[in-house]
Design a protein around this ligand. Sequence first.
Ligand SMILES: NC(=O)c1ccc[n+]([C@@H]2O[C@H](COP(=O)([O-])OP(=O)(O)OC[C@H]3O[C@@H](n4cnc5c(N)ncnc54)[C@H](OP(=O)(O)O)[C@@H]3O)[C@@H](O)[C@H]2O)c1
Length: 324
Amino acid sequence: MSAVEFRELGSTGLQVSPIAMGCWPIAGVTSLGVTEAESLATLEAAVDVGVNFFDTAHCYGYEGESERLIHQALGHRRDQLVLATKGGIHWEERRQVRDASPATLRRQCELSLRRLGTDHVDLLYLHAPDPQVPLCESAGALRELWEQGKTRSVGLSNATVRQLEEFHQICPLAAYQPHYNMLQREIEVEILPWCQQQGVSVVVYWPLLKGLLAGQLPRTHLFPEGDGRKKYPMFQGEEWQRNQDLVDELRVIAVNAGRTVAELVLNWTISQPGICAALCGARHPAQIVENARGMGWRLTSGQIDAIAGALQRRGTSVSRGAVT
Ligand SMILES: NC(=O)c1ccc[n+]([C@@H]2O[C@H](COP(=O)([O-])OP(=O)(O)OC[C@H]3O[C@@H](n4cnc5c(N)ncnc54)[C@H](OP(=O)(O)O)[C@@H]3O)[C@@H](O)[C@H]2O)c1
């Protein structure tokens, strides 16, 4: 693998790998057949292939499994990691509930630190604004946690540009976390330019659209009961067929470039102006090893044009985010 070009997170001085590890699948809530041994091996493999940026949350796993696994696998390498977690969502009877009140954010931060076995994280996000709590109160609580040294920086996820502005005035943001991939590019209109102007790093989730853009799900794939992808329009009917047509075109470009579809898609994603890092969920070591090969090289202008052509033929897609 070529040398990883690390990127600065906001103006924190923290240097992160542009391919980052998304630690939702290892908790096994919506990914089926995940084992603890494999999750631990996946986390170790990530560091071994140059990934230093790990994204988790208070609610990743019904009992904080994701944070615990990170500590178990990588606690002894804490100084090599940039650890990001989130607060403001918890589980009630296996349903995600938003609560971003200051008291809850403070309590969840303590729980996260305990599970992660550290006295501070590098980045603490508000997972999503809570309609029941004024945003200024959530922002104020995160600012306090930052001033107390519980986190080295603060981020926001799943927000509008107005909410970003309001939050940033109360608590300076180092990062914003939206969904973004070749097929879901709404942030390019307003949010990306705002973040670029403000020096806020954009760290994106779903770069592989939950595996769809990894190019390994056959057209005839049947999602079993319990597979979290089943509910999204991108995986259904006409949308699914058109997405598979796109993947077929991407496969040709990838093969000609000596790359896999996932490597091509991830390289394209982290090359977009204003994108700092792509959070790649993985549940097997082989997946994060492949995904890490998405960094350390550059697409040629011919490949960029070929991808643009394929995306144009695909046309506008049905887009919907998620909070996980
Ligand atoms: N802030 C938020 O609200 C929010 C929301 C969603 C996600 N996130 C963060 O973003 C991360 C990424 O999202 P995600 O994990 O949901 O989706 P993702 O990264 O788009 O896709 C992950 C899934 O794709 C498949 N995959 C990954 N690499 C692959 C490869 N090389 N080849 C074939 N399949 C591959 C695996 O699924 P299978 O093996 O099951 O096919 C894996 O579980 C999360 O882990 C989390 O950290 C944040």
